[in-house]
Write a protein that binds this ligand. Structure first.
Ligand code: SAH
Ligand code: SF4
Length: 373
């Protein structure tokens, strides 16, 4: 079992759990809301800023909770449209959070929508053969507080990048749970985190603007469909037949397409909204026109949107993306049959899709450093 941090992350508390904690200390319950307002509405970076709280309460908070359980190691602001935040957790684990400023189709080069890509686990146990996040296996699940903290760190970074009045703190448009880890394998912490992100006493962020991406844990997809909050779903398909999918995604042995596809269909029907099928194009693995036709049939049947992502090379792995002509031919098969499909080309997406690589690089450098001493 993973040892626990010395203090509870404040960002993992719900209004109810914090009310209980302050009540146990003999404080009035309304203090809980005041504390959370400081965290999410005013973005206080220290206990001292919380000036409407009695000093004794502030001292108790400081002894009991960590205000920010993920510290910023590196903010790689790139000239194009993405930023990557490398964050360190209490046990020195590294995670990544990505800010994508996506130029919207039809709006030209104007950077309009801001999407935040968050991680849910340190490493990943699913073992997809093409993915940097899973290379060293799973180190541990992230706690709800650590998951939420990523979004606050993004807010801090954005507030600093564009100084503005407190009343107009930086915000973003979408959250995608597509960083490191398999979110549905850390289900309880994910749901608690997203509840905090969604609540009006928390970040107040609409569930419809939150997309959870999974490698295909069918029973958990069914559970997600039953949640009161209507999150969006993306499924990493990456193979349109069991044969191809099993070759690159071990999860397909437990939940092959005859189990996975009905779960996706049920989710879509339940929420009345299109599910997205993610499909990375890997040369000579899943980029044949035969795969394109099989994917087309699945997408038409599920009434799903397809997101084609040219593979990003990972150091140490042999996979490559197909050339632009082949990518286009694949996309054409889908589009000609009326499937709603996007082919990602913009540079910015590379960083998002390659989530896990900055952490991998830093981990490798750290390990190298330790070896040489
Ligand atoms: N575990 C979840 C969410 C995190 S992975 C999932 O698998 O859906 C987020 C997305 O990035 C997935 O679609 C994943 O397959 C994709 N991905 C992983 N490595 C990639 C790479 N090297 N190039 C492009 N996409 C990649
Ligand atoms: Fe894990 Fe997703 Fe990477 Fe597969 S693609 S190893 S599920 S993070």
């Amino acid at each position: 079992m993973t040892p626990a941090p010395a203090k509870r992350p404040l960002t993992g508390e719900t209004l109810d759990s914090l009310r209980l904690a302050v009540a146990e200390r003999g404080e009035p319950e309304f203090r809980a809301k005041q504390i959370l307002d400081w965290v999410y509405k005013k973005r206080a970076r220290s206990w001292d800023e919380m000036t409407n709280l009695p000093k004794g309460l502030r001292a108790w908070l400081a002894d009991t909770f960590t205000l920010m359980p993920a510290s910023l190691v590196l903010n790689r602001h790139s000239a194009d449209v993405t930023d990557k935040l490398l964050l360190e957790l209490w046990d020195k684990s590294l995670i990544e959070t990505v800010i994508i400023r996506a130029p919207q189709e039809g709006v030209g080069m104007e950077c309009s929508r801001k999407t935040i890509c968050i991680s849910t686990q340190v490493g990943c146990a699913m073992g997809c053969v093409f993915c940097a996040s899973g290379l060293a296996g799973l180190r541990r699940d992230m706690s709800a507080g650590e998951i939420v903290a990523q979004l606050l760190q993004v807010c801090y970074a954005e507030d600093e990048r564009t100084p503005r009045a407190r009343a107009e703190l930086a915000s973003f448009d979408n959250i995608v749970v597509m960083g490191m880890g398999e979110p549905l394998a850390n289900y309880e912490a994910l749901m608690r985190a997203l509840t905090i992100v969604n609540a009006d006493w928390g970040l107040g962020f609409g569930a419809r603007r939150i997309t959870v991406s999974t490698s295909g844990l069918a029973p958990k997809i069914a559970r997600l469909a039953d949640e009161a909050l209507g999150f969006r779903l993306a499924v990493s398909l990456h193979g349109a037949t069991d044969e191809v999918r099993s070759r690159i995604m071990p999860v397909n042995k437990a939940y092959p397409l005859p189990k996975l596809l009905p779960a996706i269909r049920a989710f879509g029907e339940r929420h009345g909204r299109m599910v997205t099928l993610e499909f990375i194009l890997i040369e000579d693995v899943n980029d044949s026109l035969e795969q394109a036709r099989a994917l087309r049939d699945i997408a038409l049947d599920l009434h799903a949107h397809v997101n084609l992502i040219p593979y990003n090379t990972v150091e140490g792995l042999p996979w490559r993306r197909p050339d632009a002509v082949r990518q286009q031919a694949f996309a054409d098969v889908l589009r000609k049959s009326g499937v709603s499909a996007t082919l990602r080309r913009e540079k910015g997406h590379e960083i998002a899709a390659a989530c896990g690589q900055l952490r991998l690089k830093t981990e490798r450098e750290r390990a190298g450093g330790e070896d040489s001493t």
